[in-house]
Design a protein around this ligand. Structure first.
Ligand SMILES: C[S@@+](CC[C@H](N)C(=O)[O-])C[C@H]1O[C@@H](n2cnc3c(N)ncnc32)[C@H](O)[C@@H]1O
Length: 221
């Protein structure tokens, strides 16, 4: 049973604690005056943890000092902004297609490259790159990584399943019909493209050791 959370305003010390906490844990900046954002985003988490208010949830975390690791990470997750869409901002994708990849191929013929979507959210950016490669550079060997600190968005990215409202954002109909299948659960990206992207949880403030080196021997020259 999920408790009812009282709509009590967040106290000044608790708001300051949350701001400092997410800045330290994830370099997320919450501006002063955004108390409503913290109150809204943490209300569900407070309810799931039987806290009567968001203040009670923050008190719990403050009292636990370095404990309550799972709860702390859920607070960070809840305060991330996961807004994304396919082919967002267009220019980076045009630059990849017209300059970055052709110049790489001219300089490093036959070499593999790696592209990293470093705050990948639910995967639209990484899958946009996978579609661009499949459609314009089918012979190019490439590894595509997608990482994000939020385990919940990475699970969604791995599934490669999108609702109508999500495929309506940024994805040309031609690419939707070419690279996705409509299922009762939503639009599922082709298995071949899904397998082309490796998603994992990574906080950019932590070690990047499990990622491959950013450059190949070709590009170091
Ligand atoms: C607005 S989305 C951007 C998604 C995609 N890159 C795009 O431009 O469409 C920002 C993402 O950054 C992630 N994020 C925020 N701080 C992070 C950190 N310290 N390490 C890794 N990911 C982080 C959030 O979880 C969120 O999914």
């Amino acid at each position: 049973m999920i408790a009812d959370v009282q709509a009590v305003p967040l106290s000044v010390p608790n708001f300051d604690f949350v701001r400092e906490f997410v800045a330290r844990e994830a370099a997320i900046v919450i501006d002063k005056g955004k108390e409503y954002l913290v109150e809204t985003r943490l209300a569900n988490l407070a309810a799931r943890n039987d806290c009567a208010s968001v203040n009670a949830l923050v008190d719990l975390i403050r009292a636990s000092r370095d404990g309550a690791a799972a709860l702390r990470s859920s607070v960070v997750d809840a305060l991330t902004t996961n807004e994304t869409l396919f082919f967002r901002d267009l220019n980076p994708f045009d630059a990849l297609r017209e300059h970055v990849i052709p110049e790489f191929q001219a300089k490093c013929p036959g070499q593999q490259f790696t592209i990293w979507s470093a705050a990948a959210s639910t995967g639209q950016e990484a899958y946009s790159i996978a579609m661009l490669l499949a459609d314009h550079f089918p012979a190019q060997s490439a590894r595509i990584f997608g990482t994000d600190l939020s385990p919940s968005v990475i699970e969604r990215a791995k599934a490669g399943l999108y609702q109508q409202v999500e495929v309506n954002r940024g994805l040309p109909a031609k690419l939707l019909f070419k690279h996705f299948k409509q299922t009762p659960e939503g639009w599922r990206i082709d298995d071949a493209l899904r397998r082309r992207v490796q998603f994992s949880v990574l906080n950019l403030l932590h070690s990047w050791a499990h990622l491959p080196p950013a450059t190949s021997s070709c590009c170091e020259t």
